[in-house]
Design a protein around this ligand. Sequence first.
Ligand code: AMP
Ligand code: MG
Length: 423
Amino acid sequence: MSEKRKPISVHQAVETVMKWKQRGIKNEVNFSECDDGYLFNPIYADHPVPPFDRSPYDGFAIRSQDTEILSSNNSLDFKVIDEIPAGNISNKSVGKNQAAKIMTGGAIPEGADAVIMKELVIEKEDGKFISIKRRLKPGENISFKGEDVKEGTEIVSKGTYINPGVKALLATFGYSKVPLVKKPIIGLIATGSELLNVDEPLKPGKIRNSNSHMVSSQIKRSGGIVNYYGQIGDDLEDLSELIQKALYECDFIITTGGVSVGDYDHLPGVYRSINAQELFNKVAMRPGSVTTVAEREGKLLFGLSGNPSACYVGFELFVRPIIRYWNYSDSPYVRCVKAILNKDFPKANPFTRFVRGELQYNSGRVLIEPIGLDKSNVVSSLAKSDALMILPGGTRGFKQGDMVDALLLEDRKGSEEMWEIRK
Ligand code: AMP
Ligand code: MG
């Protein structure tokens, strides 16, 4: 019962999937657990940073007007009236020809409007006086209240990934609880009676399941949570049952294998048996043309190819934007850059190819080189590849020096618009 499948374009396929995009709900977590999350709300500054005028150096706080007449051959002594370590406030006011010793981070005392660095004064009488011989401008060497962040400004937008810098801001503004997006829970099932577990010895006719582990890392890299249901043999009923269970427990389902037209490729039958509607079952691309996506009650079921490279590409093109959008990204699509092909790619192909490549940076130019065998069933080229070259279908091959589009696999920023296939 192998009905003829009608391929749709990659663009159409991605758009079809994105029609079912959804945003996640809020999940408030303790500050110490927010790493690797995405912000559900924007973060506003509820106080200025720094919160008070402070000294950026170890030195002496003085009145700049007292230095107006000073120069390298005209010095003046200032009386040191206080010492202000960071964290302390002085209750004295700095008057004419007076100074307060101040440490980095110390609050500028009343009366003072400039700081002179410790290295530029001569301390006298055991630190009771300092001699200065240079002119300071009002405000010189002061970190002013609010110069870093003004009160009320949005400092981090929603959907932002919590990187070390964002974490510093959350700490600065006292976010002991952080509003994150509840990441999508993605049910993962590998199909294939030939599959062995990682810890099993090889047996004749069998291979170790690599897809589950690869996809599981792809899910995490894109911002999802993996709910792994293990690997299952090619049996329609078992598969159907497991998928229904997973649908109940997860936000999306990813299966690998079983979407071609072979006798044991049961996914199309499973979709029918659980009343899921197939959105498409063939895409005009290589590898991954058999990628099938179905939907049931608003939940997507991604049927990725069992061939490792095809599986990998199918995930990046179709699943990643859905996860990114879920986590409030406004640029959920894979980012595309121009790169110079660094090796001939003579093979012409009627379908658009997504060729695994490695980026190289040479004197400001971005080069890309295809890696390993360009076949959908290879696994060896994936480890090195950090980009997918888009080679449009047609009658010609490609030459070293040609400009090609490359999709960045390790990128977090993404793109607002979907990339295009340019002939
Ligand atoms: P299928 O899509 O089920 O027809 O599988 C296509 C090819 O990919 C076959 O050679 C399978 O043995 C292989 N394959 C299927 N699933 C996996 C997996 N989880 N890990 C590695 N290879 C797989
Ligand atoms: Mg199979």
